[in-house]
Write a protein of this length. Structure first.
Length: 308
């Protein structure tokens, strides 16, 4: 892994220090809250100084190259830089359910999952804990950590933060949630989502390239883009999918998802209070096919909700 080279050279230690420095006036995500998290101040994500973990378990329900045969070592981080009205994980992302732990304990959980023979360590909603994850990695490497790292993100990222992950993350798994900033702000509290998101996935592709899979069908490196179709075309699928083909390349792996259902506060929001219908999802699938995006996975609208 490249991070072992960065550890040996001292570059990883420097990145840990740089990342923690930024917590003094936090600017890790596009909200640029400017709060001093080192002193316990909290911004949009409601995260403090210590990493907060909701769970760390083997997960077998990710895209096939991520889960493989042994599962993905999935660590759910509490809090989020988005405030999605429909979030299915709202007790973790919005209510902050989880346990604050030390970076040493986070490293221990990474190593425990490695001993369970998972294919990777999959950090879910990790952006606001980027410094703590780098620190945990720095602690885990001398103890034998060597798995690929998956960055499983909403895609609301800043390039200068992503650059701290260059050579660290092997597999980027970002959402592309919206093409329309009005929808992004209204539904997820994310100003200027589309431009940040598109710049972020371009940087991710620059760092890791297109998806590479070993002889066992397990991802070793690369980019997988997730796109969740929303009712009434609110995700902008007809704009996002052609953009991916033109700017990331037709070889890009896409997970097109139909699993939307009105969780959290969405039941009270007109236009979000129902699942996606067949006409809406068929339009997104047609856009995928028209863009010649043939790599990836298309979730069946009638399959059980929650599986990818």
């Amino acid at each position: 892994m490249n991070y072992q080279v960065l550890f040996a050279s001292g570059e990883l230690y420097q990145r840990v220090n740089e990342a923690y420095r930024r917590l003094g006036a936090c600017d890790l995500c596009p909200h640029d809250c400017g709060v001093n998290r080192i002193k316990g101040e909290r911004g949009v994500c409601r995260a403090g100084l210590k990493p907060k973990v909701a769970s760390a378990n083997i997960h077998r329900g990710e895209e096939p190259p991520i889960s493989g045969t042994n599962g993905s070592g999935t660590i759910f981080l509490s809090g989020c830089s988005l405030m999605c009205t429909y979030c299915q994980n709202f007790p973790i992302s919005q209510f902050g359910n989880g346990e604050e732990i030390s970076t040493a304990e986070l490293a221990a959980r990474m190593l425990k999952l490695q001993k369970q023979r998972v294919h990777n360590i999959n950090f879910v909603t990790p952006t606001h804990f980027l410094p703590q994850i780098l620190a945990a990695l720095w602690l885990a490497i001398p103890r034998g950590f060597l798995l690929p790292i998956v960055w499983n993100t909403s895609g609301y990222e800043k390039i200068d933060s992503l650059k701290l992950l260059d050579g660290i993350v092997s597999i980027y798994l970002p959402d592309m949630k919206y093409s329309d900033d009005v929808q992004a702000r209204s539904i997820s509290g994310a100003p200027v989502y589309s431009s940040y998101n598109r710049a972020a996935v371009l940087e991710m592709l620059h760092q890791v390239g297109h998806l590479q899979i070993d002889e066992n069908g397990v991802a070793t490196q690369g980019l997988i883009v997730r796109h969740l179709v929303l009712p009434e075309g609110r995700a902008g699928s007809l704009e996002t999918l052609p953009w991916i083909a033109e700017n990331l390349g037709k070889e890009t792996h896409i997970a097109l998802m139909s699993q939307y259902f009105p969780a959290h506060m969405a039941t009270a929001r007109e236009g979000l209070h129902r699942p996606v219908n067949h006409a809406e999802y068929d339009a997104a699938v047609s856009a995928l096919e028209k863009a010649d995006l043939e790599n990836g996975w298309v979730q069946d609208l009638d399959e059980e909700r929650g599986a990818v």
